[in-house]
Design a protein around this ligand. Structure first.
Ligand code: FAD
Ligand code: 2HG
Ligand code: ZN
Length: 482
């Protein structure tokens, strides 16, 4: 995509990059922290889905909070727009420029600052890769309270900026609960820090919450303090085949009741999601027979025989009462990873045919899968889905334990007719069921015009007022949802 893809958006009146700006950045940063040139910037200008692309000519990679502060302060004074960027794995076009905004990458701000083994509090730079944070915690007997398929690339600061949910929210809750403090560079360059906060702090407004999920529109997160739980000693995974969505729901109720405190994930996949994944992975599916729905259940705890006994008895009961038709339990670490892979590969598989339209919605569980059924029907009715048609398939999967569905419409290439059939149809549908048009990925650029489907006029007004307080010149992540 290029600028022509955004015909309805005008570049705002920001300054254009000049030699004097470059000279100034050169005086603040070492030369290896500055990147220029089309080729070098391509991966930073373009998002993970290759759906959005900006035309930035400059990428800055500061190594310290002070460097970030100097950059942001100068950009504010000079009226230069900036996009904060973490691992660039965001799925709503929020992490890439729209026009020529400067990209401020946090990738060189990647150190662990401290870890308290007694409390489990980790303090790190924002650019630390999530998997590196978790590997460090593993050595210390702890776990990062969030896990997701992009862990090898996304940053700790990036997941906080998007308020990512992930695969174990069911067990560990949202980042709004586990993040204890943040260090943030405000648009005027001031450094706001609550990084030394302890578990409890009721001294007035909890300002850090505003930055969790703000998607780079209010400040640049440079440091994160997060409470990490002890790492479970054993993980078990079961992969099940079910004949209906109603049975998925009943199995969920039963899993909560029977597995209790050891249940750590309950993930849904429909048959279509597994078909695209099979095509993508090119290996045989863990369950030989096909089923309309699949569920991955993970348990984690401290005693393997106790956990396994619970899981096996739960499965036995579920078979006996005909809730599930088929199932397998991972017998070793390799099998466990393979089973997870059939779930974690769906996002990539669904775009491997040429492109994907992704919708990430919260819905009351009773209506959750109907969205996939109705969207599919609409695409067929419009003559858009099928062999030699633009849409390969509409697949549904997600974090059923959190009431979060991912609807992915896999296409052979990005196509305006498909987009028109889907938007605002999907948002209207979700709004009619009082759901949220973004459960965990955020609004970013994709949903900038659709916030009204999930927020009232008053809420939008207050959001805009807050933006004006924190970033009166709107230099941070412009053209996105605010
Ligand atoms: P980026 O993509 O770089 O940025 C995302 C947004 O945050 C942008 O608006 C950016 O401006 C802003 N931002 C980034 N860093 C900072 C910072 N330091 N300060 C201020 N603003 C910042 N999400 C889920 O919720 N659950 C999942 O299970 C999940 N699975 C995923 C699986 C895959 C394969 C992929 C590709 C993505 C997945 N995501 C998931 C999407 C998710 O939003 C991102 O993976 C993650 O939250 C983004 O982190 P990032 O470091 O890549 O941020
Ligand atoms: C997941 O749960 C992620 O795998 C990505 O949130 C979902 O790609 C998607 O739509
Ligand atoms: Zn998800």
């Amino acid at each position: 995509l290029t600028k022509e893809s955004y015909p309805n958006i005008q570049r705002s009146d920001y300054a254009k990059l000049e030699q004097k700006h470059l000279d100034h950045f050169n005086s603040i940063l070492s030369s290896n922290s500055i990147l220029q040139g089309y080729e070098d910037l391509l991966n930073y200008n373009e998002d993970w889905m290759k759906k959005y692309r900006g035309e930035s000519q400059l990428l800055l990679k500061p190594k310290t909070t002070e460097e970030v502060s100097k950059i942001v302060k100068y950009c504010n004074e000079q009226n230069l727009a900036l996009v904060p960027q973490g691992g660039n794995t965001g799925l709503v076009g929020g992490s890439v420029p729209v026009f020529d905004e400067i990209i401020l990458s946090l990738q060189n701000l990647n150190k662990i600052r401290s870890f308290d083994k007694t409390s489990g509090i980790l303090k790190s730079d924002a650019g630390l890769i999530l998997e590196n944070a978790d590997n460090f915690l593993k050595e210390n007997g702890y776990i990062f309270p969030l896990d997701l398929g992009a862990k090898g690339s996304c940053h700790v600061g990036g997941v906080v900026a998007t308020n990512a949910g992930g695969l174990r929210l069911l067990r560990y809750g949202s980042l709004h609960g586990s993040v204890l403090g943040l260090e943030v560079v405000l648009p005027n360059g001031e450094i706001l820090s609550s990084i030394n906060a302890l578990r409890k702090d009721n001294t007035g407004y909890d300002l850090k919450q505003l930055f969790i999920g703000s998607e780079g529109t209010l400040g640049v997160i440079t440091g994160v303090s997060i409470l990490c739980p002890p790492r479970p000693k054993v993980f078990n995974v079961a992969f099940l085949g079910l004949e209906s969505y109603d049975k998925v729901k009943d199995t969920f109720i039963r899993a909560k009741a029977e597995l209790g405190e050891i249940l750590s994930a309950f993930e849904l996949m429909d048959i279509n999601s597994q078909t695209v994944t099979k095509h993508h992975l090119g290996t045989s599916h863990p369950l030989e027979d096909e089923h309309p729905f699949y569920v991955l259940i993970e348990t984690s705890g401290s005693n393997n025989s106790h956990d396994l006994e619970k899981l096996e008895s739960f499965l036995e009961n579920a078979f006996e009462s005909e809730l599930i038709n088929d199932g397998v339990i991972a017998q070793d670490e390799t099998q466990l990873k393979t089973l997870w892979n059939w779930r974690e590969s769906v996002p990539e598989a669904s775009q491997s045919g040429g492109g994907v339209y992704k919708y990430d919605v919260s819905l009351p569980l009773d209506h959750l899968y109907d969205l996939v059924v109705d969207t599919r029907a609409r695409l067929i009715e419009e003559g858009l889905l099928g062999d030699d048609k633009p849409v390969i398939d509409a697949v549904g999967y997600g974090h059923i334990g959190d009431g979060n569905l991912h609807l992915n419409v896999a296409v052979r290439g990005y196509d305006k007719a498909v987009e028109k059939a889907l938007e605002p149809f999907v948002y209207e549908w979700v709004s009619s069921k009082h759901g949220s048009i973004s459960a965990e990925h955020g609004l970013g650029f994709q949903k900038k015009n659709y916030i009204g489907y999930s927020k009232s006029e008053l809420e939008i007004k207050l959001i805009k007022e807050l933006k004006n307080v924190y970033d009166p010149k709107h230099i941070l992540n412009p053209y996105k949802y605010v």
